[in-house]
Design a protein around this ligand. Structure first.
Ligand SMILES: C[S@@+](CC[C@H](N)C(=O)[O-])C[C@H]1O[C@@H](n2cnc3c(N)ncnc32)[C@H](O)[C@@H]1O
Length: 321
């Protein structure tokens, strides 16, 4: 008989693995066999592991994650393969992190944004409305306010704004009112209950009624959309000419940011006629390589969490830096 345990399965199945690695390593302009790559969202290292299998003995991967548990997993992987180095930090600081390591440019960067399965599935991390835990939701519990600290002190109007902006929640007003009426909230189950109580039954979609609220609060607490914007800029700034940036996003708010910024880098607006000096933001800085790429049927059957993943890849053109 197999041993039964109450521990959640803290694994993460990497999404769009082959597609991401193929596009990341196939630039004709750079030497992927000997270059430096950055896995800026290490998680449990699914993409890093795949990349280590493809790159040469002189290539390196710098892995970044803001979650101490992910970094610990990375450190044990790095003991097995010295081409991997792991750093705890945010990907918005990517350029500074590399600079402190004496690295000026890299051949590829991957941002596989959002939360990992181990974060979602461990009730103690406070992301789950399925199993109750402390209402935390921070990817780095050492930094910033927890979801409980914020929800228990925020103005009702600010909660409404967050639920609308980051959750596209149409019942934002009545949810926020019920949160305020039931403060203090301490657990994810309490938050899920106050949300469910005010969403009319007929309006409840197939998903759990608190799905959008949890998404919104999580995005707000972790500054996820600002991190994504800053992460794209920081990653693009360290790419060498011919280097590639791959971003996997998980919902439309994220994908909109990636799509728009990639479009601007690849197709800048026409320069006004009488402008004497060409501004960098008006020059073509990248070319579109791939995307939007979605998971196929086989992957979805293996990993339902891949259903909302979208991969986009660009390549830097022109002078680096
Ligand atoms: C979707 S998971 C990545 C999974 C990984 N590709 C794998 O195959 O195991 C996202 C990871 O990125 C981390 N993360 C999210 N936002 C971050 C940020 N702004 N800076 C650094 N790490 C971040 C999370 O802590 C999480 O571990």
């Amino acid at each position: 008989m197999t041993h039964q345990t109450q521990q959640p399965d803290l694994q993460h199945i990497p999404v769009l693995l082959d597609e991401t690695l193929n596009w990341l390593t196939q630039s004709g302009l750079v030497e992927a066999q000997a270059g430096i790559f950055v896995d800026a969202t290490f998680g449990r290292g699914g993409h890093s592991r795949g990349l280590l299998e493809r790159i040469g003995p002189d290539a390196r991967i710098i892995a970044i994650d803001q979650d101490a548990q992910a970094v610990a997993a990375g450190e044990s992987m790095a003991k097995e393969d010295q081409r991997l180095s792991v750093v705890k930090g945010r990907f918005s600081d990517l350029a500074r992190t590399l600079d402190s390591m004496g690295i000026e440019s890299v051949v590829g960067v991957l941002l596989d944004v959002g939360v990992s399965s181990p974060q979602l599935d461990d009730p103690q991390r406070g992301f789950s409305f399925k199993t109750s835990g402390p209402l935390d939701m921070r990817m780095d519990p050492q930094q910033g306010e927890s979801a409980a600290q914020w929800l228990n002190t925020a103005f009702e109007a600010d909660i409404v704004r967050v639920l609308r902006e980051f959750g596209e929640e149409r019942f934002a007003k009545r949810i926020a009112r019920n949160i305020v009426a039931n403060r203090p909230l301490q657990t994810t189950a309490e938050l899920a209950d106050v949300v469910s109580a005010v969403i009319p039954r007929r309006a409840q979609p197939a998903k759990h009624p608190a799905t959008k609220t949890f998404q919104a609060v999580r995005i707000f607490i972790n500054r996820e959309l600002d991190e994504l914007k800053e992460g794209i800029e920081s990653a693009f700034s360290v790419l060498c000419q011919g280097g590639r940036l791959a971003v996997i996003s998980f919902h439309s708010l994220e994908d909109r940011i990636v799509k728009q910024r990639f479009r601007e880098l690849c197709n800048p607006p026409p320069m006004p006629r009488r402008l004497p000096i060409a501004n960098a933001s008006m020059q073509v800085q990248a070319k579109a390589i791939a995307g939007p790429i979605k998971a196929g049927m086989a992957e979805l059957a293996r990993n339902p969490r891949a259903r909302s993943a979208t991969l986009r890849v660009i390549e830097k053109v022109g002078e680096s830096g």
